[in-house]
Design a protein around this ligand. Structure first.
Ligand code: URA
Length: 441
């Protein structure tokens, strides 16, 4: 078999066999296939697509390219959740404790932020002392003891994805449904949970920009997981606005704790309750109505907040900042961005640009390994659809160096439009996708 022929077959719109996909992926991981040939194949896939069967095979080959975690020694139905990425998306910090407080074990591996999107592991590390790298024994023992743990993904999970994602990132081949589906599902299958809830984001801050594409991605991932014996569901959630008001690591932890203490923003609280309720349904705790009531109770009676503190404490975190976020180290400089001219409504506020502005302030990284300033970020005071007039404060920037404000402001304003006509409010959740079909809201 030759890589040249595999590339040519896909370039001409052919369907790759299992042997061809395994040859390309395993050969690339082994170092036998060079970057330029794999890049050509990725671009051919980007342009020609893959059948569902090809995507399922690619996922399986990638999942088998590294370690597979066996969670069977932990009693109960283990439920995982994955978001396709967003800005201000701090739902994991809220829903994992809710679900664990309802008696469902969560052994979760999460990622770091890259580009304009944030990552749970960076947010957790904003809590001083928190360890996000545990041995497998520590990870399992913690889930058995207190019912939850969130750690960083080891390089040995879906090793092919790590290499392929880095190549996609520099060859303009990230935004491709079969490649995204196989990337996400290979990691989720290898991570070993029995049930997986997918949060497929849609909007200016997400990979998916329209509902049909988001549903197609969700449908494909649900069908791959179901074929591997996992209980699967997906929610399509809005990412035309960041969730809540805070973007940046310590700021997002503070806002998550506010939700867990019953005083968080309504949009973030609602999305978290819906995601948590769907995870509980997958775990077999009842129907959606019963599971929603269970999740609401765990928030209202404080058990979810206490679960969250227990998790951080078990991982070495200083829980004083969770109980009193005023104790987080503060950014030394802040800057209010005001409306200069134009009275009306915010009709565009590009979420990718908001995320990039936050990265420019030091809250994220442009390349793997870049340092992060946990105190940096943005608090939004006005969001898409809000009425504004000159002099209103749109948002507050936080940074450790005031020289960073100018570039971040330019980035933020480049995605902002104020117009006379009030825009229609997007729903928080557009659809639910299960093996049984698609429910649009
Ligand atoms: N998240 C992933 O893990 N992989 C992708 O390809 C896109 C988003």
């Amino acid at each position: 078999m030759r890589m040249y022929d595999i590339i040519a077959k896909k370039r001409d719109g052919g369907t790759l066999s299992e042997a061809e996909i395994a040859f390309a992926v395993n050969g690339y991981v082994a170092g036998d296939i060079p970057d330029y040939q794999m890049s050509a194949l990725l671009m051919a896939i980007y342009l020609r697509g893959m059948t569902d069967a090809e995507t399922a095979t690619l996922t399986e080959v990638m999942a088998n390219s590294g370690d597979r975690v066996d969670l069977s020694s932990i009693p109960g139905v283990k439920v995982d959740k994955h978001s396709t990425g967003g800005v201000g998306d701090k739902t994991t910090l809220v829903i994992v404790p809710i679900v664990a407080a309802c008696g469902v074990p969560v052994a979760k591996m999460s990622g770091r932020g890259l580009g304009h999107t944030g990552g749970t592991i960076d947010k957790m590390e904003a809590v001083p002392g928190t360890r996000t790298s545990l041995t497998q024994e520590e990870f399992f023992a913690q889930v058995r003891r207190i019912g939850l743990s969130v750690i960083g993904q080891s390089g040995q999970i879906a090793a092919a994805d790590k290499l392929l994602y880095a190549l996609r990132d520099v060859t303009a081949t990230v935004g491709c449904i079969p490649l995204i589906a196989s990337s996400i599902m290979s990691k989720k299958l290898a991570a070993g949970s029995d049930a997986i809830l997918l949060d497929v984001t849609m909007g200016t801050g997400a990979f998916m920009q329209n509902l049909d594409d988001a549903i197609e991605l969700a449908r494909l991932m649900v069908s791959i997981g179901t074929a591997h014996g996992r209980r699967m569901a997906a929610l399509i959630t809005d990412m035309d606005k960041p969730l809540g008001h805070n973007i940046g690591n310590a700021l997002e932890v503070a806002e998550s704790m506010a939700v867990l203490q019953g005083r968080g923003p309504a949009d973030l609280t609602e999305v978290c309750l819906q995601l948590a309720a769907n995870m509980l349904v997958l775990a077999g705790k009842g129907d959606l109505t019963a599971c929603r009531a269970m999740a609401e109770r765990a928030l209202a009676d404080g058990t979810a907040f206490e679960k969250c503190c227990q998790m951080f404490e078990a991982q070495g975190g200083d829980t004083r900042v969770l109980r009193d976020p005023g104790l987080f180290a503060k950014a030394p400089y802040c800057y209010d961005l005001v409306v200069r001219e134009g009275e009306g409504y915010i009709t565009a506020n590009d979420v990718e640009k908001i995320g990039n502005a936050s990265v420019l302030l030091g809250a994220g990284r442009l390349k793997k390994g870049d340092p992060i300033d946990f105190s940096a970020g943005i608090t939004l005071h006005k969001k898409l659809g809000d009425a504004v007039r000159p002099g209103d404060v749109l948002c507050t920037f936080y940074a450790s160096d005031p020289a960073l404000f100018a570039a971040a402001e330019e980035m933020y304003r480049s995605g902002l439009t104020i117009s006379a006509r009030e825009p229609a409010a997007p729903p928080l959740i557009y659809a639910r996708v299960t093996p049984e079909g698609v429910e649009r809201f």
